[in-house]
Write a protein that binds this ligand. Structure first.
Ligand code: NAP
Length: 309
C-alpha cells in the first residue's frame, strides 16, 4: 500500500514539536500539505485555510487537526464531507455533543475519525494498566501541575470559553487514569479557580468516587513554576503504583519498573495508520466527559487576574 497523503491543519506549537517529527518517521504516512493562516512549512504545499487545501488537493487521504479544540468541529466536518479521514488532537472538541456527532458522521461516510490521547502512549501506561487489572484499588491521587507560560506561551485561546484552561493538560491525566483503572469513577465535587479576567480555570481540585466508594482525587494547577509535576499515585492491596513525568516513568513500591524512550506521537501515528487500513474509528470520550462534569458540578472561585507576561 503506498503511503497515505496527509494534510496538517494548524501549524503551531504541538504541530512543530511533535507532529512533524512523528510524521517524518512514519513510512506509511506522507505529509504533503499544511493549512495554517500565519505559518508555512518548507517542502510541502501550503494553504491559508483547510478549505483551500481541500479544494486544491483532492488526492489527500487524511487530515490531522492541530488547531485549538473550539474550531475543530467545523474543520473535521468539512474534511469528512470532502471524503477525508480525520485525526483530532486532544481534547477532541469543545463539547461532547459535537464529537459524538462527528463520530456518527465518520461512521456514516465510512471514514476514520481518531480522537487521540497522546498520554495513553506514554511508556509506563500499558504496564500500569496490566498491573492494576489484578489489584484492589484503595486510593488514587493525581497531581498535574505545570507552568502555563512555559507550555502554552501566549496561547490566549486556552483561557477563552472552549479552551478549557487547566483542563487542557489535566485531561491528559484523566486520559491515563481512565485507561489504567479497571473500574469507572464519577465526579462528586469540584472547585475551579478562575482568574478574574478570564473565562476558564487556572487551577482545579476534583474528587471522584468509584462504585465501591474508592476515592480518586485530582489537583490541577497551571501556576507551578520550577520543577513540574505530572504524577499519578495508585494505592492498592499490593502496594503503591506511581506513574511519574506524565506516564513516562512507572514505579512499583518506589522501585523504577519501566523506563523507555518517549514515543507518544509516533505511537499515535502508528495507530492512525492502522485505523486507516480498515477505515475504522477510535473515539473514546471518557476523559472529555469528566471535564464536562467538572464544568457542570464545579464550584467557581474567582482568583487573581492572569496575564501571560
Ligand atoms: P498553538 O501553538 O496555539 O497552535 C495551534 C495553531 O492552530 C495556531 O498556531 C494557529 O495557526 C491555529 N489556530 C489557532 N487558532 C485558530 C483558529 N481560531 N482558527 C483556526 N486555526 C487556529 O496551540 P498548540 O499548543 O499547538 O495546541 C493545539 C492543540 O494541541 C490543543 O488542543 C492542545 O491541547 C494540543 N496539545 C498541545 C500541547 C502543548 O504542549 N502545547 C501538547 C499536546 C497537545 P495559524 O494562526 O497559522 O492558523
Amino acid at each position: 500500500m503506498p503511503a497515505r497523503k496527509i494534510g496538517l491543519v494548524g501549524l503551531g506549537k504541538i504541530a512543530r514539536d511533535q507532529h512533524l517529527p512523528a510524521l517524518d518517521a512514519n513510512p506509511d504516512l506522507d505529509l504533503v500539505a499544511v493549512a495554517s493562516r500565519n505559518a508555512t512549512l518548507d517542502g510541502v504545499a501550503n494553504f491559508p485555510s483547510l478549505e483551500a487545501m481541500l479544494d486544491a488537493m483532492p488526492e489527500l487521504d487524511a487530515v490531522t487537526l492541530c488547531t485549538p479544540p473550539a474550531v475543530r468541529y467545523d474543520q473535521a466536518l468539512q474534511a469528512l464531507a470532502a471524503g477525508k479521514h480525520v485525526m483530532l488532537e486532544k481534547p477532541p472538541g469543545a463539547t461532547l455533543s459535537e464529537v459524538e456527532h462527528l463520530a456518527l458522521k465518520a461512521d456514516a461516510c465510512g471514514r476514520t475519525l481518531f480522537a487521540t490521547w497522546h498520554s495513553r502512549h506514554a511508556p509506563g501506561v500499558a504496564r500500569a494498566r496490566e498491573w492494576l487489572a489484578e489489584r484492589e484499588i484503595r486510593r488514587v491521587r493525581i497531581e498535574w501541575k505545570e507552568d502555563v507560560r512555559v507550555w502554552h506561551p501566549g496561547q490566549e485561546w486556552i483561557f477563552e470559553p472552549g479552551g478549557m484552561g487547566v483542563f487542557d493538560p489535566g485531561i491528559n491525566a484523566l486520559s491515563i487514569v481512565t485507561a489504567i483503572l479497571p473500574q469507572a469513577f464519577f465526579l462528586k465535587e469540584a472547585t475551579l479557580q478562575v482568574p478574574a479576567n478570564r473565562q476558564a480555570p487556572i487551577a482545579a481540585q476534583l474528587a471522584f468516587r468509584d462504585g465501591r466508594g474508592t476515592s480518586v482525587e485530582a489537583d490541577f494547577d497551571f501556576r507551578q513554576t520550577g520543577p513540574q509535576t505530572w504524577d499519578i499515585h495508585v494505592d492498592t492491596d499490593a502496594g503503591r503504583l506511581t506513574l511519574s513525568k506524565g506516564g513516562s516513568e512507572l514505579y512499583l513500591e518506589g522501585a523504577l519498573e519501566h523506563s523507555a524512550p518517549e514515543q507518544e506521537y509516533p505511537g499515535l501515528y502508528a495507530r492512525f495508520a492502522e485505523l486507516l487500513e480498515s477505515s475504522a474509528s477510535d473515539v473514546d470520550l471518557a476523559p472529555l466527559r469528566h471535564v464536562a462534569d467538572a464544568f457542570l458540578l464545579g464550584r467557581r472561585e474567582i482568583v487573581e487576574a492572569f496575564e501571560f507576561d
